[in-house]
Design a protein around this ligand. Structure first.
Ligand code: GTR
Length: 386
């Protein structure tokens, strides 16, 4: 890490050239795809590889039984600056019913509908305190309101508990086919949380205060892996933001420092599908790598944030995944990251459709990160550059 910091300070690129990454634009038969082929079939083929080998297949997308209930509204929240809505999103499947709570703050006194940030919260509830008695930098609502964005959050555990329960609880228990052995490519817990974010988008499509064409899905660490998987599958999200997501998030699996595929599958056996375990200590055999996950966002916006002391997540691998997703963006006629040079600490790269920053400090989601996410949205959605 010392050498990485040194290189970052010097602004030079110091990465191994022999990554042997799968080319996102080459078919199994070794042919390069055109932009039309990418859109018509190759994107879908790539997505299927991620489903079959890593995150698993969802048994259902929008369920037939899906309800939104406004349980609380406060038009005078945050000293009159915002309207708070608390919405219960509930659903039913073959084996029962479930639901989760969504909190949304919408700025008052500005033209609606508003663009929004949606946080998938994987930390303690007080980080997303809708009463605002607790004000955590993990979800800085006041900042978002000040900058003209709606700010929403839900808690991942309400979709599926973050523990290995043989997929009996949460949405797995509700939607998995009854009395059938679980297949090796069935959805894991990360996919279940991502499914929840898509149900929030279903709700946003019905809320006239929210501009559902300008919604960012945001997550930190395991939540960041989830935000990327959500954005890859659900093209309604205009921006997907990964904060310190690391292994099986934004960081390349090949040559990864810190957490490995074997380690993540051992400690978190419920996060991914069973097939992923075949790649323990065999990352080179994976049919895809994480730059291709980022490329599935193209030409939409994606943002990857790293922290300089977060060796476990591997900032270098996160940056390289952004670089190597670039050719897909360029094929589709927009700029990717726009730089192959590892940036200095606290010097964000934001001019392309892929954004990246390396924040000074440790594994966390803090106001600096949110400020940069909002700068990126301002630039691309409002045409304002800082
Ligand atoms: C770690 C895990 C990482 C990351 C992190 C977090 O224990 O190894 O992959 O997800 O937890 O979510 O904070």
């Amino acid at each position: 890490m010392k050498s990485l910091l040194l290189c970052a300070m010097m602004g030079i690129c110091c990465f191994a050239q022999d990554l042997k990454l799968p080319d996102p634009l080459i078919t199994g038969e070794g042919r390069k795809v055109s932009a039309e082929e990418w859109k018509a079939s190759h994107r879908q083929r790539t997505l299927e590889l991620f489903r079959s080998h890593i995150y698993g297949h969802n048994p259902v997308e929008r369920p037939e039984e899906l309800n939104f209930k406004l349980v609380e509204i406060d038009t005078n929240a945050i000293e009159g600056k915002a309207t708070l809505k608390r919405v219960e999103i509930s659903y039913g499947g073959p084996n029962g019913t479930g639901g989760f709570m969504l909190s949304v703050f919408i700025p008052n006194q500005v033209k609606r509908p508003m663009p929004a940030f949606l946080l998938i919260c994987n930390r303690a509830y007080d980080n997303i305190d809708h009463t605002r008695k607790e004000k955590s930098p993990f979800w800085p609502v006041e900042l978002a309101i000040e900058r003209g964005y709606a700010m929403a959050a839900f808690h991942n555990s309400e979709l599926d508990p973050d523990k290995h329960d043989e997929f009996k609880n949460g949405v797995h228990g509700i939607f998995d086919p009854k009395n059938q052995p679980r297949s090796n490519d069935a959805w894991g817990t990360i996919a279940a949380w991502a499914w929840g974010a898509s149900r929030v988008m279903d709700y946003f499509e019905t809320d006239h205060d929210i501009d559902h064409t300008h919604v960012a899905v945001v997550g930190h660490s395991r939540g960041g892996k989830t935000a990327l998987w959500c954005g890859a599958q659900d093209e309604r999200f205009a921006l997907s933001i990964s904060n310190n997501s690391g292994c099986t998030g934004a960081a390349l699996a090949r040559n990864k420092r810190g957490e490995s595929v074997a380690r993540i599958n051992k400690v978190f056996p419920h996060w991914f599908c069973e097939n992923y375990k075949h790649y323990n200590d065999r990352e080179g055999d994976l049919p895809v790598d994480q730059h291709q996950l980022i490329s599935l966002m193209a030409p939409r916006l994606v943002y990857v944030a790293s922290a300089s002391e977060d060796d476990w997540a591997d900032p270098q691998g996160e940056f390289l995944a952004c670089v190597h997703a670039g050719p897909v963006y360029e094929l589709l006629g927009v700029r990717g990251l726009g730089s192959g040079e590892f940036p200095k600490i606290d010097s964000p790269l934001q001019t392309g459709h892929i954004g990246y920053h390396l924040r000074r400090g440790k594994h966390d989601l803090v106001e600096y990160d949110w400020e940069r996410f909002m700068d990126f949205a301002d630039r691309h959605w409002l045409g304002n550059s800082p």
